[in-house]
Design a protein around this ligand. Structure first.
Ligand SMILES: *[C@@H]1O[C@H](CO)[C@@H](O)[C@H](O)[C@H]1NC(C)=O
Ligand SMILES: *[C@@H]1O[C@H](CO)[C@@H](O)[C@H](O)[C@H]1NC(C)=O
Ligand SMILES: *[C@@H]1O[C@H](CO)[C@@H](O)[C@H](O)[C@H]1NC(C)=O
Length: 767
């Protein structure tokens, strides 16, 4: 006989098993009437299964599958499905598709994307995607999440005030595109057409303003030139689709040149699906269709709005609008049922690629993943590793860092973010497995004296200053953890300026003046902060930027402070002085500077003025020296057979990319990186190119990046391949990509290499 406690244990075990078991979404083998229908046959090709299923649906059923909370079709054995889940840097609780609690109290919360971007490590980006999708699949199997994730956000961080800049990989299109492709590959897996989860690159396009000076994203018409679209705004999306094979793209709320993006066939049908060949579905931002009808008054009837969106290429509405108005749009002849069918073909195909029509989830790939696969020690270790790789050392005077646990036995830990937990995971986060705050992290190395200094990041008054100053007087070193949080920069909240909020700056200066030992300033923020005061204050020895470093952020910060981690992060965005934004309209989308209208231009590619810290800045505790081991000095660009003698091809100054044989046309470089310091370190190598002068060209642009670990005193060789057509081209005012003929200067750290690009002459094609 079992004892009562054994029975209770058995009962709990069964409960646990039930928590893990999700009923099949469709094609339940226990339901003989539906599981034998052709669309359930795993052996049949997916297009044929989709066609069969579509043929069985009525128009009334179809229109109610065009929305995020798709209805059930019980007569065909299909359950309802919530399409909206998010996983920006860990499974998130934003979106109704995901629910924490029960068997899934939390999920690994990686650093916010702007921090992860600072690692410039594409291997890490993909590894994070793999872990997140393991946890997402586990939660799906347990009935706690969906399989369609509307992440990542790959808009360009164009203006430093943008509240959602934190969600992005920064201001450089190539970094953003590489991030997109890597993270998406990690999420989606690499099993042919089969998807582990479906990712989504958003928000297409020119969306990078939330709410500034009375202008919000729902009303904003982004006026964007063809040139800026081609060489800035489109780049990450194109790379996401072509290199990452993403299963979805999301159109944004704003208009681009007068047309709502979700109603623009040029953007959706022609570009994303036609030119880039998206194999997946296009979804609206949440209620974009409702927004362009109700808020922008883009059409006069809701049926026209529904018809415009679907005809433009929208396949799924996050929001109720298409379920409400599409049927009438068809009845009134504004839309053909065939248009509805193409939209559904795209969404149903993704659901089939996810295995949702293959019967029992437990019998499928990843069917074994469950609660034991979430928040594992290995996953949490990767969150810590990501934070370590993302911390950026901005200043190290004397040097003040690293601290020594022998000499700095007592550390004053001060500031509104000194004991941060939820702040460290930024927005679009979930419930973390647990946290290590900076105070806890530093506490693992030294005795701490803790003072908030300010009640919160707004730091409205100085009532807590004197205790903070006293703490700094007593300690062997002082660490101030300052910066921002979601009350200052967030979705629907752009900043008005770039300085530290309230009286934070005053606290830092006063504490630094009183400190007995070195004073270290640690900043948490998504956007850049004008910390010129600290950069110029000799009493502030070092400055670290941690972004929002995720659940293990405090441990990573402490590891850098005490030198068990040698910092390797680099800024993924320019840190401008406050003066940069004082006369700059956030609504002005132009990337290029325009001296005659006193317009400074945006990002390191086009802005030439003063900066606090430049894009790519980041120090190490050691020194790296580059030498070029081998690199070509002349590269011939072969022309496509049809254009060898054409004038259109070579103007004397340019070769149109369309007219060049681009396939495999790369420039190969070998660079030696020597660690001349006394500490092992990992070097983040950024390769920039300055094209021949001309007013289309940027000041410089990133053309490659690589990471290499180099022990103290030794040297490693790094191979770099630069795709000529993609990365050495510039874009003219009509949006046409051209390769400038002549000398391109490559810059790697302090080294410059000149590379001459020449058209291959007839018959003498050098490669
Ligand atoms: C990049 O990140 C991965 C995953 O954390 C790590 O294994 C690898 O060492 C990193 N690369 C370098 C060069 O540090
Ligand atoms: C730090 O934060 C943790 C978690 O929020 C809390 O339990 C702890 O009391 C805080 N420590 C101090 C010294 O405020
Ligand atoms: C190049 O263009 C000029 C005028 O624009 C024309 O006279 C000439 O024939 C063209 N040459 C070739 C090879 O097409």
């Amino acid at each position: 006989m079992a004892s009562p406690s054994q029975i209770i244990t058995l009962f709990l075990l069964l409960l646990g098993a039930f928590a893990e078991a999700r009923d099949p979404f469709a094609c339940d083998p226990k339901d003989a009437t539906t599981s034998n229908l052709p669309f359930c046959r795993v052996s049949m090709p997916i297009p044929a299964r989709v066609k069969d299923l579509l043929g069985r649906l009525t128009l009334q059923e179809k229109v109610r599958l065009l929305v995020n909370n798709a209805i059930a079709v019980p007569r065909l054995g299909i359950k309802g499905y919530e399409w909206w889940s998010e996983a920006l840097h860990g499974v998130s609780n934003v979106g109704p598709g995901t629910k924490f609690g029960g068997a899934f109290p939390g999920a690994t919360s990686f650093p916010q994307v702007i921090t992860t971007a600072a690692s410039f490590n594409a291997t890490l980006w993909e590894a994070i995607g793999r872990v997140v999708s393991d946890e997402a699949r586990a939660m799906y199997n347990g009935g706690a999440a969906g399989l369609t994730y509307w992440s990542p956000n790959v808009n360009i961080f164009r203006d430093p005030r943008w509240g959602r800049g934190q969600e992005t990989p920064g201001e450089d299109p190539v970094v953003a595109g590489t991030y997109a492709a890597s993270y998406v590959k990690g999420l989606q897996g690499s099993n042919g057409e089969r998807l582990k989860v479906a990712a989504c690159c958003k928000h297409f396009t020119a969306y990078d303003l939330d709410n500034w000076n009375g202008v919000d994203r729902f009303h904003f018409n982004a006026k964007v030139s063809k040139q800026d679209i081609e060489d800035t705004f489109d780049v990450p999306f194109k790379m996401c689709v072509q290199d990452g094979n993403v299963a979805s793209v999301m159109c944004s709320y704003n208009q681009v040149n007068g047309v709502p993006t979700c109603a623009d066939p040029n953007l959706l049908k022609k570009t994303v699906r036609g030119q880039w060949k998206l194999d997946g579905y296009i979804v609206s931002d949440c209620d974009s269709v409702g927004v362009f009808y109700n808020t922008q008054h883009y059409t006069s009837t809701p049926e026209e709005a529904a018809a415009d969106a679907i005809k433009a290429g929208l396949d799924l509405d996050c929001g109720p609008f298409l379920a409400q108005y599409t049927e009438n749009a068809v009845t009134r002849g504004l839309l053909n049922e065939a248009d509805v069918n193409s939209a559904l073909t795209n969404t149903l195909t993704v659901q089939m690629r996810l295995g949702m029509f293959d019967g029992e989830p437990s019998a499928q790939p990843f069917g074994n993943l469950g609660p034991k696969d979430v928040c594992t020690p290995a996953h949490q270790q990767l969150a810590l590793e990501a934070a370590r790789q993302g911390v950026v050392l901005l200043k190290n005077h004397n040097p003040s860092l690293p601290l020594s646990h022998l000499r700095h036995r007592t550390v004053a830990v001060i500031g509104p973010n000194s004991n941060a937990t939820v702040t460290m995971i930024g927005n679009y986060a979930g419930v973390a497995c647990g946290y290590t705050s900076p105070l806890q992290g530093i506490g693992n190395y030294a005795k701490t004296i803790h003072q908030m200094g300010c009640a919160d990041v707004a730091c409205a008054d100085d009532t807590l200053f004197s205790e903070a100053i006293n703490a700094a007087r007593q300690a062997d070193a002082t660490v101030l953890v300052m910066g921002l949080d979601q009350s200052i920069e967030a979705e629907f909240k752009d900043r008005t300026g770039l300085l530290l909020p309230g009286r934070q700056q005053e606290l830092v200066s006063k504490v630094a003046l009183a400190s007995k030992g070195p004073t270290i300033l640690v900043l948490m923020s998504g956007g850049p902060i004008d910390v010129s005061f600290a950069k110029n204050d000799p009493r502030i020895g070092s400055i670290l930027w941690a972004g929002y470093p995720g659940q293990a952020g405090g441990a990573a910060i402490a590891d850098v402070l005490f030198g068990t981690t040698n910092p390797e992060g680099k800024l993924p965005m320019t840190w401008y002085p406050q003066g940069y934004v004082s006369n700059l309209l956030m609504t002005d989308m132009a990337m290029r500077s325009s001296p005659n209208r006193n317009y400074p231009g945006r990002t390191y590619r086009f802005y030439k003025g003063q900066v606090v810290y430049p894009f790519g800045h980041g120090l190490s505790y050691t020194n790296f020296v580059h030498t070029i081991a081998s690199a070509p000095t002349v590269v011939s660009v072969p022309l496509d057979g049809h254009h060898r003698s054409g004038n259109a091809t070579i103007s004397g100054k340019w070769i149109k990319v369309n007219h060049a044989k681009c396939n495999k046309l790369t420039v190969g470089l070998q660079v030696d990186v020597k660690n001349t310091g006394s500490k092992d370190g990992t070097h983040t190598m950024l390769v920039f190119s300055t094209p021949p002068a001309g007013h289309w060209a940027p000041n410089k642009q990133l053309v490659a990046f690589a990471k290499v670990h180099v022990p103290a005193g030794s040297q490693e060789r790094v191979g770099i391949n630069i795709h000529v057509c993609k990365f050495l081209s510039v874009v003219d005012q009509s949006g046409v990509r051209r390769i400038p003929i002549g000398v391109h200067d490559l810059h790697i750290g302090g080294v410059k290499h000149s590379l001459s690009l020449q058209p291959a002459t007839l018959g003498v094609i050098k490669t």
